[in-house]
Design a protein around this ligand. Structure first.
Ligand SMILES: NC(=O)c1ccc[n+]([C@@H]2O[C@H](COP(=O)([O-])OP(=O)(O)OC[C@H]3O[C@@H](n4cnc5c(N)ncnc54)[C@H](OP(=O)(O)O)[C@@H]3O)[C@@H](O)[C@H]2O)c1
Length: 250
């Protein structure tokens, strides 16, 4: 039993998909949870309803995690509401899905900024609020190490994210803060609707995954729970892959 009573977590993009599953997983262990979102207020309200039904304190903040002022304002409210943080799940992501030959410098900068640099800014806001050490988990994907159609910019941004995780891990370990990456295989969330080759990605992944099915948001949430628990206290700066064995298949 992992008891998170008295702990406080922030899950960016925690109102839908993988982020929501992680937020709920933490709440069910007694953790107070703040979730962040960008546009979809209805999904945010639904997420808060589900989180509060577990009996914990829950808040939702609208902020574009790629925008400095939004982040600043969000942390002001978060500080007022919770006063501390123990767990940061950096999950919200965005980016331009196009073949490399069609990418502009603007596409590249936007994607790198929102998916990689954001972790740095989130951590800079969170560390002063981590009064008793902390756990940081950044959500990545197999595109950081594999070539996936239309994924050049996002894949490169996830590779940068994973590198940043290693550097942060070394810098923050002496403060009793664990920083790690959780990298997932294909999960059938709303995010997949933006892929021009969605159907092919899903069927290919279903066929090639040794475990015989797609990864679910709940599979990812289970591993996130382990990573923020005391069982993982000596894991620093690594990437844990949750993909049913997909990445080891030739
Ligand atoms: N799905 C997959 O196959 C897969 C595989 C591996 C890794 N991942 C990673 O898992 C993470 C979550 O993906 P998902 O599939 O769960 O996505 P999703 O279902 O599309 O949910 C995205 C969430 O992030 C929020 N969001 C998006 N851009 C934001 C921004 N700029 N600022 C603040 N919040 C923002 C959304 O808010 P709104 O509701 O307001 O839009 C929503 O809550 C991402 O890091 C993704 O790269 C996904």
């Amino acid at each position: 039993m992992i008891d998170l009573t008295g702990k406080v977590a922030l899950v960016t993009g925690g109102t839908r998909g993988i982020g929501r599953a992680i937020a709920l997983r933490l709440a069910r262990q007694g953790c107070s949870v703040a979730v962040n979102f960008m546009r979809n207020r209805k999904a945010a309200a639904e997420a808060i309803e589900l989180l509060e039904a577990t009996g914990v304190k829950a808040k939702a903040y609208r902020a574009n995690v790629g925008n400095e002022k939004d982040l600043h304002d969000m942390f002001e409210k978060f500080h007022e509401d919770f006063g501390r943080i123990d767990i940061l799940i950096s999950n919200a992501a965005s980016g331009v899905l196009k073949p490399a030959m069609e990418l502009t410098r603007r596409h590249w900068s936007w994607t790198m900024d929102i998916n990689a640099a954001t972790l740095l800014h989130l951590v800079q806001h969170c560390v002063p609020l981590m009064k008793d050490g902390g756990k940081v988990v950044a959500i990545s994907s197999l595109g950081s190490v594999r070539a996936i159609p239309n994924y050049s910019a996002v894949g490169a941004s996830k590779a940068a994210l994973e590198s940043l995780v290693r550097h942060l891990a070394v810098e923050l370990a002496p403060q009793n803060i664990n920083v790690n990456t959780l990298s997932a295989g294909v999960v059938d969330t709303d995010a997949l609707k933006h892929f021009p080759n969605r159907d092919e990605m899903i069927s290919n992944s279903e066929k090639k995954t040794p475990a015989g099915r797609l990864v679910t948001s709940e599979d990812v949430a289970d591993v996130a729970l382990f990573m923020i628990s005391d069982y993982a206290k000596m894991i620093h700066g690594t990437t844990i892959v949750v993909d049913g064995g997909y990445h080891v298949v030739a």
